[in-house]
Design a binder for this molecule. Structure first.
Ligand code: AQP
Length: 332
């Protein structure tokens, strides 16, 4: 069976972007034609400094988010990355396969490092090599991600191809990003040209999965838009990033197309659309956030689930890692 791998960094509270761009789709891919492996990628989180107490909370919050949204530990392998040391090991091997020139082209690094590229951690720079290891440690061929991760999945393909070429093997498979649906890029509510992030400066720019109904209503109400009403056709969203974002979010939450949203709200003012959007978001998120809170009240149970998942992850990955070492000539 083909394998799916994907992960989320515990670098803050989960956002609506993580839900629509990642978790909701992870649930959809479960129990079908794939073996699904979902990870809390804590080793990626520390590429930027994390307060240790916050990292513990965020790790369990991401696990709770997966579980509450419907990731079933009986159907999927669910664990946190640092428990399976093969990620770090293969990550090192891949750091020796990937080229500095490839890393220099990563747009996410450029965005995150900004003008301060000399002062960020070496880990932030090497991040895509570890991500390639996360995926290829399981020979995963399908990686559901948001649009922002596409370049990293392409780099994973380059690393697999170079490894196979350099060692004259056909060992690591080619990986495909799975990017589909209207919410592959949920944007910041205050600036429709930036993506909604866990770690963005202002809480008003994102919807957190744990936000209550009042917070959600307030954030959508204050979301930036141009003054024009909703257009008569989807083409009318073209140069209106904020309007397009809100329509995308609505479509993803309702599981309908942008066309269907516009059909219903053609010419409507924001005073009508925003409260309807908020209501739809609350309807989707409230049951999940209340279940997340319940799970987070019992961290020991979350930790047990992740520990069991890690055992299964090691069963799959140990032979693959051993073979990679062997191919490279390590004496073990
Ligand atoms: N705004 C988004 N729209 C659609 N998908 C998104 N994802 C994240 N933000 C959006 C998807 O969620 C998965 C997990 O991402 P991540 O947490 O590992 O890393 P990230 O993309 O760097 O997330 P953040 O929220 O922006 O974290 P910070 O602020 O700490 O860097 C991925 O599949 C991603 O595509």
């Amino acid at each position: 069976t083909p394998r799916v791998f994907s992960g989320i960094k515990p670098s803050g509270g989960l956002t609506l972007g993580n839900y629509l761009g990642a978790i909701k789709r992870f649930v959809d891919m479960q129990g079908g034609d794939f073996e699904t492996i979902y990870c809390v990628v804590d080793m990626h989180a520390v590429t930027v400094w994390q307060d240790p107490a916050d990292l513990r909370v965020a790790t369990r919050e991401v696990a709770a988010g997966y579980l509450a949204a419907g990731v079933d530990p009986e159907k999927s392998v669910l664990f946190n990355q640092s428990r399976v040391t093969g990620h770090a090991e293969l990550g090192w091997l891949f750091s020796c396969v990937a080229r500095v020139g490839w890393m220099n082209r990563m747009t996410q690094f450029k965005d995150k490092a900004g003008k301060n590229a000399e002062a960020v951690s070496l880990g932030l720079y090497a991040y895509p090599a570890l991500m390639a290891a996360d995926i290829l440690l399981y020979h995963a061929t399908h990686v559901p991600v948001g649009e922002d991760q596409k370049q990293h999945v392409e780099l994973t393909r380059d690393i697999a191809a170079k490894f196979n070429h350099d060692y004259k093997v056909d060992f690591f498979p080619q990986t495909n990003p799975v990017i589909e649906g209207p919410a592959m890029r949920v944007m910041n509510l205050r600036d429709g040209t930036k993506k909604m992030s866990k770690s963005g400066e202002s809480d008003m720019e994102r919807i957190n999965m744990l936000d209550d109904a009042d917070a959600i209503a307030k954030k959508f109400k204050k979301a930036r838009t141009d003054p024009a009403p909703l257009p008569e056709t989807v083409e009318g969203l073209a140069d209106r990033p904020e309007a397009r974002n809100l329509v995308n979010i609505y479509a993803a939450l309702a599981d309908i197309t942008n066309e269907a949203v516009i059909e219903e709200y053609a010419g409507a003012g924001w005073g009508r659309f925003k409260p309807a959007l908020a209501e739809l978001a609350v309807e989707n998120l409230a049951p999940i956030s209340s279940e997340m809170k319940r799970l987070m009240d019992d961290p020991a149970e979350i930790d047990r689930i992740m520990a069991r998942g890690a055992e299964r992850a090691r069963e799959i990955s140990d032979p693959i890692l051993a073979k990679a070492y062997d191919i490279m000539g390590f004496v073990r």
